[in-house]
Design a protein around this ligand. Structure first.
Ligand SMILES: Nc1nc2c(ncn2[C@@H]2O[C@H](COP(=O)(O)OP(=O)(O)OP(=O)(O)O)[C@@H](O)[C@H]2O)c(=O)[nH]1
Ligand SMILES: [Mg+2]
Length: 311
C-alpha cells in the first residue's frame, strides 16, 4: 500500500441489525464512487452492478431503498474495484468487498451464539468493520439499564461465548429462539465475536479499524446533533459506548454520523421536493472527528476510505 500504484484488496464488513441503514449507505456510496465525487473512485465496473444500480436508482427517484430481507433472502457480496490516493499522494488501486447482509442474520448469530461460515471467511488481516445503528429506527430494542444488562449477560459487559468451532448453517440460524435482545447488547456482543475471530485468524496483536456509523443523522434531534456522534452513542447506547471506550487497544474505533441524502425522503415531503430541486447526487454528509474536532464532510465515501486506511 505504500508503493506507487500499490494495490490493495480489502474487505469492509457492514454489520448491523435490521433497518440499520446498511444497504442505503452502500447504494449512496456506490453513487459517489460511480460519479467520482469522493475519495474513492471507480476502477472499472463491479460484478454486482445491477444490485448497486437498482438501489441507487431508487434513491435518485426520491425513495430510500427497501430493506434487504424484504427483497431477497441471499447475502449480496458486492465487490467494487476502486482507485484513490492516500494522504502522501500515493496512487492506490484495489478492490473492496462488502457483504450486504440482512440485519436479521446478525441478530440470529448473536442469539444462537454460533458463528457462520460467511463471517468466519470474511475475517482477514485485510478486513475492517463498519457497524450501523440507525437513529430513530422502530427496530431498535430499547437500551436496558445496567441491572438488566448484568442479568442478561451474566457480567457487567457480556463475555463472548461464541463457538467458532461449530459453525452455524442458515437452517440452524432460522431455528433460533425469538427472544428479543436489546440492540446494544447484540452489537456489543458482536464486537466481541469479531475480536475473537480476528485473534483466532489474524492474531491478538492485530488492531482492526472499527467504525460505528450512526445512520440517519438527519433524524437525530438537533440538540443531540450539536453534541456529535460519540456523545449520541454515550447518551443512547451507554453500555456499547463504555465498551468502546475501554477497549481502544483491541480496535481502532471511530464514530461517524451519516445522512445519505441530508433528510428524510420517507416522511418529509418538503425535504423530498428540495431534494429534486438541488443535485440529488450531491446530497448527504458525514459527521466525523478524524481531524480532532467534530466536522462535516460531503464525501459520503469517507467512512469506507477511513476503514481502508486511505483518508
Ligand atoms: N432519514 C433517513 N432515513 C434513512 C437514512 N438511511 C436509511 N434510512 C431509513 O432506514 C431504513 C432502513 O435502511 P436500510 O438501508 O434498508 O437498512 P438495512 O440495515 O440494510 O436493513 P436490513 O436490510 O433490514 O438489514 C430505510 O428504509 C430508510 O427509511 C438516512 O440517511 N436518513
Ligand atoms: Mg439491507
Amino acid at each position: 500500500m505504500e508503493n506507487e500504484n500499490s494495490t490493495l484488496k480489502r474487505s469492509v464488513l457492514l454489520i448491523g441489525g435490521p433497518d440499520a441503514g446498511k444497504s442505503n449507505f452502500l447504494f449512496r456510496v456506490w453513487m459517489a464512487i460511480d460519479g467520482e465525487q469522493g475519495t474513492l473512485k471507480k476502477d472499472g465496473l463491479p460484478e454486482n452492478l445491477q444490485y448497486l444500480r437498482e438501489g441507487a436508482e431508487q434513491i435518485l427517484q426520491g425513495s430510500f431503498a427497501e430493506r434487504t430481507s424484504t427483497t431477497k433472502d441471499v447475502v449480496e457480496k458486492v465487490s467494487i474495484n476502486i482507485q484513490s490516493q492516500n494522504g502522501s499522494g500515493i496512487a492506490i488501486r484495489g478492490c473492496i468487498v462488502i457483504p450486504d447482509v440482512p440485519g436479521e442474520h446478525v441478530v440470529k448469530i448473536c442469539k444462537s451464539r454460533k458463528w457462520s461460515e460467511l463471517w468466519e471467511h470474511a475475517i482477514t488481516e485485510d478486513s475492517a468493520c463498519l457497524m450501523f445503528i440507525r437513529a430513530d429506527s422502530d427496530e431498535i430494542v430499547a437500551p436496558l439499564d445496567w441491572a438488566d444488562c448484568i442479568e442478561l449477560c451474566g457480567s457487567e459487559l457480556p463475555a463472548p461465548p461464541i463457538e467458532q468451532s461449530a459453525l452455524n448453517t442458515e437452517q440452524e440460524l432460522d431455528a433460533t429462539n425469538e427472544m428479543e435482545l436489546p440492540t446494544q447488547v447484540v452489537l456489543t456482543e458482536w464486537i466481541q465475536f469479531l475480536r475473537k475471530a480476528f485473534t483466532a485468524r489474524v492474531g491478538g496483536h492485530f488492531r482492526p479499524k472499527f467504525g460505528v456509523l450512526i445512520a440517519a443523522w438527519d433524524a437525530v434531534p438537533l440538540e443531540q446533533q450539536s453534541r456529535g456522534p460519540m456523545r449520541y452513542l454515550k447518551e443512547n447506547f451507554p453500555m456499547m459506548h463504555q465498551f468502546i471506550e475501554s477497549n481502544a487497544e483491541s480496535f481502532d474505533f471511530q464514530v461517524f454520523g451519516v445522512s445519505i441524502v441530508a433528510g428524510d425522503l420517507k416522511n418529509d415531503e418538503d425535504f423530498r421536493k428540495s431534494f429534486f430541486e438541488s443535485d440529488p447526487r450531491a446530497a448527504g454528509y458525514v459527521i466525523h472527528s478524524l481531524v480532532g474536532k467534530k466536522s462535516p464532510s460531503t464525501d459520503i465515501t469517507l467512512p469506507i476510505a477511513w476503514a481502508l486506511g486511505i483518508e
